[in-house]
Each structure stands twice: as C-alpha cells, then as structure tokens.
Design a protein around this ligand. Structure first.
Ligand code: ZN
Length: 162
C-alpha cells in the first residue's frame, strides 16, 4: 500500500481527512490531516448501553399531569364558593374577565400556568396524574424504542457539539 499523499510505501497506514477528503497516508503525512473519528456504529453501541443502564429494564414510565375532565365546572364552582366575581378571579390570575367567562363555558382551555394559578386562588384541583408505561419490544404497543432513544441522543449531541 502506498501513501496517497507522498507515494511512499506504508508500513502502518493512517486514515486521515485532509481538506475534507478521506485519505490513507503514511505516518509522516498523517500530521497534515485530521484523524478520522471512530466509525459511528461504535458510538451508537455505547449510547445504547448507557441508556439501558439508566432505565434499568426497558420499561419507560412517565407521570403526566393533565387537566381534569370537568375543569370548566370546577373553576366556576370554585369561584362561586369563594364568593368571587369573574372580574375578581381574572384580576387574581392575571387574565381578562372575558377569558374567565370563556374558561367557565369551556370555550377557552386555560394554559397549564393559568390553571395552576386558578388552583391556588380557588383552592381547587385542576390536574390529575396519568401514568404512562411503555414496554419496548412487546410488538403491539408503540412506545419509545431504543432506536428512538438513539436518534434523540444523536440529535441532542449535534446541538451541543461545536
Ligand atoms: Zn506520505
């Protein structure tokens, strides 16, 4: 095998990138290029192993807080119980009166932030926790797979690098 740069016979070929081109060069010419990083397959394997350790078994569990079904009724009843007008409640949560009216009529879904403020002001509960469990590899259920995690990890890496 010959060095692609100087043409000398190579005893131990070096794989480098010179001006964006992959080349096999001799030891002496290797300093002109950047060493090629290890093949991506090796990195993916590392990521997969790390993820597996982190999650223990391949079961992904997450608690999700969602608005209760009857949030509109709870807001109206809570406000009346507190003896507040829509205007007063609106002032306390930083929303216009019309927004409060719309929420009570279910025409406007409060943002999570607004809903939390309403919970505090009225002393009511507007969120419930839903438990989501995905078991990967079971076939039928489509949860997060290891492939998805690797994809996420790679996308994340690109953002951080350079
Ligand atoms: Zn050379």
């Amino acid at each position: 095998m010959q060095c692609e740069l100087c043409g000398k016979e190579i005893s131990s070929p070096r794989h480098v990138i010179i001006d964006g081109v992959k080349m096999v060069v001799c030891e002496a010419c290797a300093k002109y290029g950047k060493p090629i990083s290890p093949p991506p397959t090796q990195r993916i394997q590392k990521v997969a192993i790390r993820k597996k350790e982190k999650t223990g078994e391949e079961i992904f569990q997450s608690m999700r807080k969602v608005l209760v079904q009857d949030w509109a009724e709870r807001i109206r009843e809570g406000r009346i119980r507190k003896g507040l007008s829509r205007e007063e409640l609106g002032a306390k949560i930083g929303e216009p009166t019309v927004a409060v009216a719309k929420m009570e009529n279910r025409d406007l879904r409060p943002s999570d932030e607004t809903a939390r403020k309403i919970e505090k002001v009225l002393g009511i509960t507007l969120f419930e926790e839903i438990e989501e469990i995905h078991v990967s590899g079971s076939g039928s259920s489509r949860g997060l797979t290891l492939g998805d995690l690797i994809k996420l990890e790679k996308e994340g890496d690109e953002g951080v690098k350079d």
